[in-house]
Design a protein around this ligand. Sequence first.
Ligand code: SF4
Length: 456
Amino acid sequence: MIEQPYVYRHTELAEPDWQRLPGWADVSPRDWASAQWQRAHCVKNIRQLRQVVGDGLDERFYADLERDQAERATMSMLVPPQMVNTMVPHLSPAHPGFTDAFYADPVRRYMIPVFTDRREDWPSHPLASRDSLHEAEMWAVEGLTHRYPTKVLAELLPTCPQYCGHCTRMDLVGNPTPVVDKHKFALAREDRLTAMLGYLRNNPGVRDVVVSGGDVANMPWPRLESFVAGLLEIENIRDIRLASKALMGLPQYWLTDEVRAGMERLAKVARERDVSIAIHTHVNAAQSVTPLVAAAAKAMLDTGIRDVRNQGVLLRGTNDKTEQLLDLCFALLDDAKIMPYYFYMCDMIPGSEHWRLSLAEAQKLQHDIMGYLPGFATPRFICDVPYVGKRWVHQVARYDRQLGISYWTKNYRTAVESGDELALQREYEYYDPIHLLPEAGQEYWRSRVATPVAVG
Ligand code: SF4
């Protein structure tokens, strides 16, 4: 047998035993399978985390978490039991190594960030910003980002059943934190959704709508169904993608009778009209793919929708190793029938430097996963370049590794560049984490911060 850098093994999915956690020792399988029970028992604060893990976590962890929430966190805490249960899945909190294992856990690293996770030297890149992709600037009507020629992003609502520490929409999504106030929609939801459908009716060049938020799993189903039904009535709309991390974080929701029956109705109409509906989810670690997640994905495919795809985010400490990424892709593909589609580089929001990878690291990971997965299921690694959009990481035009600046070009105008004649000739910059740069590069950024003059 030829020795290979990665060895494929099929691993049966298993639901970790939630009864190992003292707070849920008496929870029945029936309650666990209930979306309502899951929502009612989300972990929203330190007190609730203590109730779940009992004495399993050292005080140093709670102090670390408290400090992060007070000084750094851009997202408030909200973790469904389903996700808590996938952290340190094989260890009981009574085990003496539980705290260290919890610190090191890939899911914990992005769902329950602590102060010592973050960089002390550069917690944020100096050019990091809220709404780093300028989505709100490109709203055609409130909440509808028109960045690409033929596709739009509809942010239906600003909440999710779970909040991820690295959320790129930290500007809008979730509750305020001590360090971040959230942007509030000015229009009432009904007015926003009506305006979105109106815009799409009047813009026949748009054929593809990403229906997102937040997470569509937080929209009451009848309202989501009527919005999607409204899209299906617009002749030019050919692709509809529903964005829901909850397919993984709260699969119980996607398994409810109401949602399955409603999705069947939508899928039937979509088929009759030759429109594709897909669900896009967001799974970052193989351990998150459990039998319930697989059941939810397959239940959705059984309704007749076109596909369920995964858009993960590359995060240091969670999935920055080739083996972690391939294990995740195979877990998605083999047993959950979820198509690995994208891995995004983590966007340049405040407090994200410890998570972010350099472009060179992302390019290497893309290189190293090639050839193991079927071509149709080999995910693309993506840099979402401000004012440009998604670019495969190898599409960079120029790359200054010393300063950590990559330069990108584009071939269409975004909504804010209609009168900009140079938009297609310009190069657009993206930045590596400073702590990864050689000393000369780090010095450049120290002096640039000390003398805030536009350079480069
Ligand atoms: S589910 Fe998506 S939108 Fe919601 S917090 Fe996570 S990354 Fe942000």
